[in-house]
Design a protein. Structure first.
Length: 273
């Protein structure tokens, strides 16, 4: 290939292909061809910079997701290759984490593929200060989604958590079933982040979960034991609650607008760009 031969025209070709990828993103056969060729090149040339492709591609997905862009299997094969690429920067890694987290929560078809690449990137950059700064932004959004979901569904139903669960599990309509599955995936995502074994990140997750629990309890009288169960692997939950006290913030109301905008598949999970 031009790249392996160190042809001086290789960068020009890469730019041209990137433009073609962005402008023809809605044509899946073209997108597949370009992504698979880039993936092959990445494997042959592990030292090749990848920002030239990643940034414009992610921006295009954010602009057109659910409108002219729809995920396919080959997209996640490409994301998996990027996740392990030696030249993946923390900036591009966070952009991809944001994209994958959103996909994991809202796209049941590709959720498993999305979380695999998310895990690889998260474990890779878990000690980076930029990743530590990204986590609170992610937590704010996903906990807002979770609390809004529980409080909304609890309004018209009995407040005991067990009965609430039984109601959801009857799957009386597709929307409620999808919302329940999204909430379950948020709990799984929180558990995965705890597995990073980063003390600073664990403290942030712990505070977010306890704040969420207090917000749910204050708003619905439901004691969300499933949410608290996420914390069991890291210690005594009752002791955590005592130390946390009643400083929990009510995040549900503030998250309603966020929930609506994120669910529409437009833009980013954690940024307004």
């Amino acid at each position: 290939t031009l790249a392996t031969e160190k042809n001086p025209y290789a960068p020009v070709v890469d730019k041209t292909l990137t433009v073609a990828l962005v402008e023809s993103h809605q044509k899946e056969h073209i997108r597949q061809f370009i992504l698979e060729n880039f993936r092959s090149t990445f494997e042959q040339m592990p030292g090749m910079p990848i920002s030239i492709l990643i940034e414009p591609f992610i921006k295009q997905i954010r602009r057109s997701e659910g409108i002219t862009f729809y995920y396919n299997c080959f997209d996640f094969t490409f994301f998996a290759a990027v996740a392990k690429h030696s030249k993946l920067t923390i900036k591009n890694g966070i952009q991809l984490l944001d994209l994958l987290a959103k996909c994991y929560i809202f796209d049941a078809v590709f959720a498993n593929s999305a979380i695999q690449s998310f895990q690889k990137i998260a474990f890779r950059f878990k000690e980076d200060s930029s990743f530590s700064a990204f986590v609170p932004q992610l937590l704010k959004v996903i906990m807002g989604l979770y609390v809004s979901h529980v409080r909304k569904e609890a309004k018209n139903h009995e407040s005991r958590w067990g009965k609430y669960q039984n109601y959801i599990n009857t799957k009386l309509n597709e929307e409620k079933a999808l919302a329940y599955m999204q909430a379950e995936r948020i709990l799984d995502l929180l558990s995965m982040l705890l597995e990073l074994s980063n003390a600073e990140i664990i403290d942030k997750i712990k505070s977010a979960i306890l704040d969420g629990f207090i917000s749910i309890t204050n708003g619905t009288k439901i004691e969300d034991t499933k949410l608290l169960a996420v914390l069991k692997p890291i210690g005594d939950v009752e002791e955590m609650m005592k130390k946390h006290g009643n400083k929990g913030i009510k995040i549900a109301e503030a998250s309603i607008r966020t929930r609506a905008s994120v669910k529409s598949y437009g833009g980013s999970m954690t940024t307004r760009k």
